[in-house]
Design a protein around this ligand. Structure first.
Ligand SMILES: C[S@@+](CC[C@H](N)C(=O)[O-])C[C@H]1O[C@@H](n2cnc3c(N)ncnc32)[C@H](O)[C@@H]1O
Length: 336
């Protein structure tokens, strides 16, 4: 049985989407192999995209296994729904929701805990490759960048309404761009002539502010920064890291694939804290933190894609997969 709950799209639109939604999942086999430990369990794909990871998870689930897929992009929900309906599936349900709303999704379905959650962060190739979505500096389109097009905040709004200092902060913090000040100044000069509304004009503005040999990298970093700001990606990630653990069953697993160091640092630090007996600063003679280990780390080092996978799918180059397993409540340890 498969059901989807997306913003209204008619049947023809959904089947068309499934055909043109182009995204090759990264590390799909490895993720499913590590995540699925109970073949009759309940799993959540919080970023279902085109359904590639979901398909790999479903292939490992038995008849009574269940998968809930979420995405805040209605086009992803439509495409994943149509694709997963094509195979024989155990119980699958796909909803247009933000993964930070998982607790309320589960509550509405009277599910108290799940056996696994996967988040494949960032954007899909389909989103980048669709000029109309405004994510790419390599094609012209509206300065949009919203994953959920029902939300009001767009990249155009940030670029045209933010102060120079705020623009600089966004570009420096989320894009790790060294020329952040120069790019923010150039944006302010350009928008003073006429509002910046297209990706091509923003890309030209960035190119005008940096050395030519760094132009492509700077464009990529500034576009990444704006995308993170528009979609509040780091805040969402922090929130799910703060709230997810109680939603995992004993031995439940939580895996995250990240694509840039800002996300990966956050995931690594949080997972290591969960898996540590003590978080006192180094050199403390005695433990005073009262910290309890609540999880086991399955990835001491992040899992990365093989050379063969990167050759076939260049997007896999920057992927880092980390995963923890929740310890049963009675095994939460403390070093004292
Ligand atoms: C890299 S793609 C996922 C691809 C997917 N794993 C597959 O196999 O096709 C990331 C997806 O996450 C979605 N997304 C990002 N942040 C989200 C959030 N906070 N809540 C729900 N979906 C989100 C994006 O809309 C996008 O479709």
């Amino acid at each position: 049985m498969l059901s989807t709950h997306a913003a209204p799209l008619n049947h023809g639109m959904i089947m068309g989407l499934a055909d043109k939604y182009n995204h090759v999942p990264v590390l799909a086999g490895k993720v499913a192999e590590m995540l699925v430990w109970n073949t009759s369990g309940t799993y959540v794909d919080g970023t279902i995209g085109g359904g590639g990871h979901a398909r790999a998870i479903l292939e490992r689930l038995g008849e009574s296994g269940r998968l809930i897929g979420l995405d805040r992009d209605s086009e992803a929900v439509g495409a994943a729904g149509a694709r997963l309906a094509r195979g024989s599936t155990p119980r699958v349900e796909i909803l247009q929701r933000d993964y930070t709303e998982l607790a309320s999704v589960l509550e509405a379905k009277r599910i108290s805990r799940v056996d696994g959650l996967i988040l494949d962060l960032g954007i899909s190739s389909y989103q980048v490759d669709t000029p109309d979505r405004g994510f790419s500096f390599q094609s012209d389109g509206p300065l949009d960048m919203r994953m959920d097009r029902g939300k009001p905040l767009t990249a155009a709004h940030i670029v045209n309404e933010s102060s120079r200092d705020e623009l600089e902060r966004i570009i420096r913090e989320y894009g790790e761009e060294r020329q952040a000040r120069g790019v923010a100044n150039a944006i302010v000069r350009t928008r003073d002539r006429a509002p910046l509304t297209s990706t091509a004009r923003l890309a030209d503005t960035i190119r005008s502010a940096v050395r030519r040999r760094w132009a492509v990298k700077s464009c990529a970093r500034v576009f990444q920064a704006l995308r993170i700001a528009v979609n509040q990606e780091l805040d969402k990630l922090k929130l799910v890291l703060d709230t997810m653990l109680p939603l995992l069953s004993n031995r439940g697993r939580f895996g995250i694939i990240s694509y840039h160091s800002l996300e990966d640092r956050l995931v690594k630090r949080t997972f290591e804290t969960w898996a540590s007996d003590c978080i006192c600063p180094p050199g403390f003679p005695q433990c005073v933190c009262q910290h309890r280990r609540v999880a086991v780390l399955h990835t001491k080092r992040a899992v990365v894609a093989s050379r063969e996978e990167v050759a076939k799918n260049p997007r896999a180059r920057s992927a880092r997969f980390r995963m923890i397993e929740r310890l049963p409540d009675d095994q939460h340890a403390h070093c004292n």
